[in-house]
Design a binder for this molecule. Structure first.
Ligand SMILES: [Zn+2]
Ligand SMILES: [Zn+2]
Length: 355
């Protein structure tokens, strides 16, 4: 059996103006993995394009094509392996999940650091596909009030939860977020529920600043036309933000964020950065005198159960307005790159929505 799947079929930047050098996204037939004893086959409903997908097209994680894409998805359980241990899963259940399976046996897994699992890639399968076959440990059932369309956002929500974890925020802390893409917007909503104050979105695109306002931002800063540091001082009575989150991944933005942080504050670099990008760091100024904590994250283990709980409470409609059929994946990626919508979603199979 083979399944229609979105894949990178030529490595290169999707934005390259020279057609011969441009990366290529196509829908191709890939073999459907066997259903192992503890596996679950899911008929995919929706699969969202992630900001990291174009980096995969550039060969960030490897250059052997085809590279199947898609790790933000929802669907309906179609078949259960014969040795399933979970008793709460049945054919017809609406689910989402973690694209990574953690083995549970390697040293990092044993130490509670599943993000460094030595077998993390074994079940990382493309989700922009008619079906996906996952290990039972990767699946999460969607709450009754959450549609399949919203359910495909579980993985990005889990990233926002992990970002919140890494901030070690306390109720009432002043929080700024740089970058109004989907992760930044979701992190903003999560931080708002966490009791953040002076909640500020730093973002050059006006539509994204407005979206942040609608989703709970008290202030916005345009880093291009405004004096970012001056505005931050104004908003925080000259003290700076207790928590600063970068969700932009923009090398230009990374440096200035240290100057927005309050004494003893935390700066989370919560995006994917170009390999080799270096951040000059005045140790005396930022770590000695101001005791800043700088941190980052790779993936989001342990965050999924809480992300499932949050799904019904988040404003997600604006992230699911642009929906394309699977076969139009190439057009969908063009629209994604245009930045016209906060998020672009592929419909992989038609299901009747019950909510
Ligand atoms: Zn993603
Ligand atoms: Zn492991």
């Amino acid at each position: 059996m083979s399944v229609r799947t979105v894949a990178v079929t030529r490595i290169g930047s999707l934005k390259a103006t020279d057609e011969a050098a441009r990366g290529r996204i196509e829908v191709i037939d890939l073999p459907e993995p066997d259903l192992g004893p503890e596996d679950v086959r899911v008929r995919v409903a929706y699969s969202a394009i992630c900001g990291s997908d174009p980096h995969l097209a550039e060969g960030f994680f490897g250059t052997d094509v085809p590279i199947g894409l898609g790790h933000e998805l929802s669907g309906v359980v179609e078949a259960l392996g014969p040795g399933l241990r979970r008793t709460d899963l049945a054919v017809g259940d609406r689910v989402s999940g973690n694209f990574l399976r953690f083995c549970g046996s390697c040293r990092p897994c044993q130490q509670g650091r599943q993000q460094f699992c030595e077998h993390i890639q074994e079940y990382n399968r493309p989700g922009m596909s008619e079906t996906i076959t996952w290990h039972e440990s990767q699946l999460y059932k969607l709450p009754h009030s959450v549609s399949l369309l919203h359910g495909c956002l579980l993985e990005p929500v889990s990233v926002a939860v992990r970002i919140a974890d890494k901030t070690r925020v306390r109720v009432g802390d002043r929080v700024a977020i740089c970058g109004g893409g989907p992760i930044g917007q979701l992190a903003l909503q999560v931080m708002a529920r966490y009791g953040a104050t002076s909640l500020t979105m730093i973002e050059p695109i006006a539509e994204r600043r407005e979206l942040a306002r609608r989703c709970g931002a008290e202030h916005t800063i345009d880093p291009v036309t405004e004096d970012q540091e001056g505005r931050a001082r104004e908003i925080t009575d000259g003290r700076g933000f207790d928590v600063v989150i970068d969700a932009s991944g923009s090398p230009r933005a990374t440096r200035g964020l240290l100057d927005l942080a309050a004494q003893g504050g935390t700066v989370v670099y919560g995006a994917m950065y170009p390999t080799g990008h270096e951040l000059p760091l005045d140790l005396s100024r930022y770590l000695y005198l101001r005791e800043l904590t700088l941190t980052g994250l790779f993936v989001s283990p342990y965050a999924f159960p809480r992300a499932v709980q949050l799904l019904p409470h988040l404003h997600l409609d604006e992230f699911t307005r642009a929906v394309f059929p699977l076969e139009q994946a190439a057009e969908a990626f063009e629209v994604h790159l245009s930045g016209r919508y906060p998020k672009v979603v592929l419909r992989c199979n038609e299901f009747e929505e019950l909510v």
